[in-house]
Design a protein around this ligand. Structure first.
Ligand SMILES: [Fe+2]
Length: 277
């Protein structure tokens, strides 16, 4: 039988452990940004795009839990990576639309050599967010694509409306791009179910926040994806399509992160060709 003294000691240790985990996941990890370097091999990558860099920033969710100073710090980190292209994959605010103006003011500081492209997420009010992003000089893609040229070479950057809150129209998005190299922005990775039936080469998605809480050896118990933890975070291949799911910057629901650090991703595109000039 456990003595009274041992019981008090055990309860004390458990209490300290719970407070430590709580403080870590509430205060420390949500501000502990990781920068992931990911090389994406695209067989159809035009020669002049070899080595092109794209930085993905997702799910900023500006609110009191992801304050303006934190957003500014993330944007400074993105600019320090000196990317060719920046991709924003939705969910700029959380809770109130009052956070839209400050977050878009911060987004105007983003610098990319060849363009900043964005899609909307399920937390974004379509009209207001579209206006604000466009005023910030960002190319918002709602079921549309644009060509990106390097000399005579080009690839398409496409973006779909959100699968759940918007009206995703993949046919319209990709019309006229058959057989050409293309990169697609989609807020939710769940859209891969449809995207994998097309010839999209590379998809950048967000939405899941990596589950926000991820248990060692188990992964995230809960995600906001209909596929559960399958596409919670990281790199996937579905058919000929490669998809990367970024864990995002901010939080939604509970303001905690545990083994699901906020993420900025730096992609470098390369060709599968063994002889790249
Ligand atoms: Fe989100």
């Amino acid at each position: 039988m456990i003595s009274r003294r041992k019981f008090i000691q055990s309860a004390f240790v458990c209490g300290i452990g719970a407070i430590s985990v709580g403080s870590y996941s509430r205060i420390f990890e949500p501000r502990w940004i990781e920068i992931n370097n990911v090389t994406i091999k695209l067989r159809a990558l035009p020669r002049r795009f070899e080595g092109m860099t794209i930085v993905q920033l997702s799910d900023i969710h500006h609110c009191k839990y992801a304050p303006r100073e934190f957003v500014r710090k993330c944007i400074r980190k993105v600019n320090m990576l000196s990317p060719d292209v920046i991709a924003l994959t939705g969910d700029y605010i959380y809770g109130s639309n009052a956070f839209l103006l400050p977050v878009t003011e911060e987004l105007t500081e983003l610098k990319a050599k060849e363009g900043i492209f964005a899609v909307l997420g399920n937390h974004d009010m379509k009209e207001d967010t579209s206006d604000a992003l466009r005023k910030a000089g960002i190319n918002l893609l709602i079921n549309e694509h644009v060509p990106l040229y390097r000399g005579k070479d080009y690839l398409f950057i496409a973006g779909v409306d959100d699968l759940y809150k918007g009206r995703m129209d993949l046919v319209k998005t990709l019309r006229g791009t058959d057989g050409k190299p293309k990169i697609l922005l989609s807020h939710t990775p769940d859209a891969i179910e449809t995207i994998k039936q097309t010839d999209v080469d590379f998809v950048m998605a967000g939405h899941t926040h990596g589950g926000q809480i991820s248990l060692p050896f188990f992964g995230p118990p809960v995600t906001c994806s209909k596929f559960g933890s399958r596409y919670a975070a990281g790199l996937f291949r579905e058919g000929k399509t490669i998809m990367y799911v970024n864990k995002g910057i901010g939080v939604s629901g509970f303001p905690v992160r545990f083994f699901a650090r906020p993420e900025i991703t730096l992609f470098t595109l390369t060709s599968n060709s063994p002889c790249v000039v």
